[in-house]
Design a protein around this ligand. Structure first.
Ligand code: BTN
Length: 242
């Protein structure tokens, strides 16, 4: 198990992948004060200014099928939401699949990357980015409407160290529960923290866009959307737009 902290790096997910390819064990961590090429989902960039956020990537080597590993993203979202709520008192909602919102604006995102070998999981990298002490004026204009930080929402700074510590504790607990008792408990916890269910939305996917009402998140972490004709769609990955 290794823990590496960078003042600056390209992307903690990229560094963690290199570390995992070199054989680093489960629970190894890469942290950075800032990233020059922070990556978001779908090829987007992740705004990663110095000293104001948390940029953490974790290496896991779970004995599960690639299909089941999307559960780990939901797990990380629950653990991070709990860590933020416990250390700041702010109310956090999870937006499927892995955005953390505070007062309707995004404060954190999670990027899970899988490496598979003959249909088995070789390693999983869970990367999280959380805007902690980012002042509103630091955000690029195009992000100001949608994104926020814990500082902006609570009007006070917060300890990145404390949030990290709580997150790791929560993550480890939930991970052990997942391994020992399966997914149902975690999924119901995720549902109580999510504001997705019942919402009328548009879901943009790589090849198409669907509109409808979110019915549920199923036992694989897929979004269940019912369109106006009553047809149910099960969606693995997409952008949900209210
Ligand atoms: C998203 O698009 O919402 C996911 C953003 C994930 C960003 C984090 S920051 C730490 C880790 N390293 C990266 O390059 N990305 C993730």
């Amino acid at each position: 198990q290794e823990i590496i902290c960078f003042k600056e790096t390209d992307s903690t997910n990229s560094q963690a992948r290199a570390l995992a390819d070199g054989g680093a064990g489960e629970g190894s961590l890469v942290l950075a004060e800032s990233q020059t090429l922070g990556r978001g989902r779908k090829g987007r960039t992740w705004f990663s200014p110095k000293g104001e956020g948390l940029f953490i990537s974790m290496i896991l080597r779970p004995l599960m099928s690639p299909m089941d590993s999307s559960r780990l993203t939901l797990l990380a979202a629950v653990a991070l939401a709990e860590a933020i709520m416990d250390s700041t008192g702010l109310e956090i909602k999870i937006k499927w699949p892995n955005d953390l919102l505070c007062n309707g604006r995004k404060v954190a995102g999670i990027l899970t990357e899988l490496s598979t070998d003959m249909d088995a999981v070789n390693h999983v990298i869970i990367g999280l980015g959380l805007n902690v002490n980012t002042p509103r004026k630091s955000f690029p204009m195009d992000l100001r409407k949608k994104a926020s930080s814990l500082l902006v929402e609570s009007e006070q700074p917060h300890s990145r160290c404390k949030i990290t510590q709580l997150f790791l504790e929560r993550f480890e607990n939930h991970y052990n529960t997942l391994v020992d008792h399966g997914f149902p408990k975690l999924l119901s916890r995720w549902k109580t923290m999510s504001d997705s269910i019942g919402q009328k939305v548009r879901v943009e996917m790589i090849d198409k866009t669907l509109t409808g009402t979110i019915q549920d998140v199923d036992s694989n972490g897929f979004l269940i959307l019912e369109d106006k004709n009553g047809v149910r769609h099960s969606i693995l990955s997409g952008d949900v737009i209210p």
